[in-house]
Design a protein around this ligand. Structure first.
Ligand code: NI
Ligand code: MN
Length: 218
């Protein structure tokens, strides 16, 4: 049983035999479900790209819990300078971080350092795709064919990422039967309607709309 908790914006927690955080932007996040001070245990912290609303509290959580940061090379160089355990990687690669396998895939987006990326996380026999920030791209078709993710997190906030219409198209490519929308409703400019996304996806997949703090069991 994998417990998937939405923490607001693009921040998620996966809790199985290991505890994984992805893009833990909590301090300064008006929709954060938990304050970083409340996090006492983590094995792996994954950062999809070097933007404040994704890097967030990653270093502070890793320092406090002893978790390993998994990210693109340029982020890991910075994290290592803070004395944090790291697993550096790049797009196309796979690492095993404390028993959690992380595959890094393309994302169409910018970043302060290195490139933006998405990840497929393999934990307890399940494959979870977190797209990070990205526009719609045919590469998602390859991600669907090759990885067949059981569940996918897709940004739907528009402006900086896909919006409801393009993200609904992405669902056709990714082939996940379960989709959780992220990166919306956090601040002005990304306040799209997840119900519109769900409507557009229709019967193609189950769209699971989580409020910050809610948990879905896979
Ligand atoms: Ni970004
Ligand atoms: Mn973002």
């Amino acid at each position: 049983m994998l417990e998937i908790t939405y923490l607001g914006h693009s921040a998620v927690k996966l809790k199985g035999t290991k505890t994984v955080f992805i893009d833990p932007f909590l301090s300064g996040n008006p929709k954060a479900a938990i304050s970083p001070e409340k996090i006492t245990a983590a094995d792996v912290v994954i950062v999809t790209h070097h933007h404040g609303d994704h890097l967030g509290d990653a270093y502070a959580i890793a320092k406090k819990t002893g978790a390993v940061i998994v990210a693109i090379h340029e982020i890991v160089v910075e994290a290592s300078s803070h004395g944090i355990a790291t697993e550096g990687m790049n797009i196309g690669g796979t690492v095993d971080a404390r028993g959690v396998r992380v595959h890094m895939v393309t994302a169409l987006h910018s970043a302060e350092k290195g490139n933006a990326a998405g990840v497929i996380v393999e934990i307890d026999g399940k494959k979870i795709y977190h797209a990070g920030d990205t526009g719609l791209t045919y590469d998602m078709r390859l991600i669907g064919e090759f990885f067949r993710p059981d569940l996918s997190f897709l940004p739907i906030g528009d402006r900086y990422t896909m919006g409801p219409a393009s993200a609904a198209k992405a669902v056709e490519f990714i082939r996940s039967k379960k989709i959780i929308p992220i990166h919306y409703g956090t601040f002005p400019g990304v306040d799209t309607d997840p119900q519109e996304f769900k409507k557009r996806v229709g019967a193609k997949a189950d769209v699971i709309i989580l409020k910050p703090g809610e948990t879905y069991r896979l």
